[in-house]
Design a protein around this ligand. Structure first.
Ligand code: CAA
Length: 440
């Protein structure tokens, strides 16, 4: 079967930055280390007043098309994944296509456009749809443009406020991809949950503590389901394990859960037995609570072992570097984690072609999905071509007053007008509904 997967990827960050230890923590009267060490975040990206999910998505897509020399005729499908949509009928992809048509001779009249919604997992679902469309031979030689774009904002004062973020990821999906091939085996963990939802409201209602437990439960189910089709996983099988990253502290928990699962009945578990004992098995306990306590005690010990810390340091921690500086991008977040991992490989001159990733996506409400990806020969050139570091460096550093103003600007319930903090440079801008997407 011909390889299908991500040929190219581009990231577009919101042009503003909120410093969490420096600006957010003092206002909240919190220890800065709650954010840097606890949640694992240094900063969040925010959209300037002329940015929104359309402009960020269109800007990421435009950069990608320019870099890869793509024309509209090369793209047979545009799917946008978002949980920040402002239109309940017309998909965001039509707005994005409208932006792109301003700068290309061709148009996207031939392209099938849609919008995917299942909280943060929708980006991965769109990617999956695009791969299946190609595998089914329905693409007529064209590739698919998948865009994950969100303004992840919470009501001020909400516990989630520290984990905000805004940005877009654009991916070109094709046969014989340069970056990663996606496996066809997948595992799911899915249940009707109310951990995080936005029923006709802009800001989410979140049961934060519960959302963490739901994430972990669904991720464990997805891993088990994945193993039922792909066989048992092993920690040494994957160069990196990028997860959906609402904040790095969440992934610290997910990494530990996945590692604990993977080492069951392996020599690693045996080698660790002298130090921390063997992992408790449910069958050995009559009482579920006693089993949970024993497992928690084992997990706490496992977390402190050098064996686990070494694995975490090389397999999980590198996936978090970008997230620490940008916060949660909802649908884009797991795709940012993949880039972060590959950037680590590039910076450390690793030979990754042929190595595997295990990608763990999650969407509240709730569903987790796991699949493997094989890194392709062209990965270095693709990652080298990104300019994310310059974008991050160029962000305007918001003061607390600036932050409150820009948060109000992006609150659909408020009619607020503020000056732009930054000057758009050759990018699509939102300038009121009538002039959506004009390129400055
Ligand atoms: N120094 C070091 N660490 C500190 C600290 C300090 N001074 N103060 C606190 N911490 C640690 C805490 O111990 C805690 O770590 P552990 O979880 O490992 O124990 C961590 O910092 C966070 O502290 P709190 O739990 O007290 O933080 P909080 O209650 O204010 O907020 C949250 C945490 C509820 C998850 C909140 O960030 C939230 O609501 N976030 C939005 C929901 C979310 O992202 N959920 C994740 C799963 S759902 C999902 O993934 C979908 C999605 O994208 C939204």
């Amino acid at each position: 079967m011909t390889a299908v997967g991500i040929d190219a990827i581009e990231i577009w960050t919101g042009n503003l930055k909120l410093d969490l230890p420096g600006t957010f923590a003092p206002e909240k009267g919190e220890d800065p280390e709650k954010y840097t060490k606890g949640l694992g975040l240094n900063a969040s990206s925010f959209p300037d007043s002329y940015e929104d999910i359309v402009t960020m998505g269109a800007n990421a897509a435009h950069r990608l098309m320019e870099r890869k020399g793509l024309e509209p005729d090369d793209i047979g499908r545009i799917d946008v994944a978002t949980e920040s949509a402002f239109d309940n009928s017309k998909p965001v992809s039509t707005y994005v296509a409208g932006c792109l048509e301003q700068v290309y001779d061709g148009d996207f009249h031939h392209a099938n456009k849609g919008e995917r919604k299942f909280a943060c997992i929708a980006g991965t679902q769109s990617l999956d749809d695009a791969c299946n469309w190609i595998r089914a031979g329905r693409n007529r030689g064209r590739g698919a443009l998948v865009i994950a774009t969100d303004t992840a904002l919470y009501a001020r004062g909400d516990a989630g406020e520290a984990t905000q973020g805004a940005g877009a990821v654009a991916m070109y999906i094709s046969e014989n991809p340069s970056l990663v091939e996606l496996s066809t085996e997948q595992g799911y963990g899915s249940a009707d949950e109310t951990d995080f939802l936005k029923p006709n409201q802009q800001f989410p209602s979140v049961d934060g503590k519960r959302s963490v437990q739901v994430y972990l439960a669904r991720m464990r189910e997805a891993l088990e389901d994945y193993e039922s089709v792909a066989g048992d996983t092993h920690p040494d099988q994957f160069a990196y394990v990028p997860f959906h990253t609402p904040f790095p502290g969440m992934v610290r928990k997910a990494g530990l859960l996945v590692y604990r699962h993977m080492i069951r009945d392996t020599p690693i578990e045996e080698e660790l037995a002298d130090e921390i004992g063997r992992q408790p098995r449910a069958e050995a306990f009559d009482d579920e609570e006693a089993f949970r306590d024993a497992l928690k005690e084992y997990t706490d010990k496992l977390k402190r072992t050098d064996t686990y810390q070494d694995w975490y340091g090389k397999t999980i921690d590198p996936t978090l570097t970008i997230s620490r500086e940008v916060g949660n991008w909802y649908t884009g977040s797991v795709h940012v984690a993949r880039v972060s991992a590959l950037k680590h490989g590039l910076d450390n001159d690793l030979d990754l072609a042929g190595s595997q990733l295990l990608v763990g996506s999650y969407g509240s409400g709730a569903q987790a999905e796991g699949h493997a990806e094989t890194i392709q020969d062209g990965w270095k050139e693709e990652i080298e071509a990104l300019n994310l570091e310059e974008q991050l460096e160029a962000r305007y550093d918001l003061s607390w007053d600036d932050y409150e103003e820009i948060h109000d600007v992006h609150n659909h319930d408020m009619d607020v007008d503020v000056e732009e903090f930054t000057t758009p440079e050759a990018e699509f801008v939102f300038d009121g509904w009538g002039r959506m997407g004009e390129r400055k």
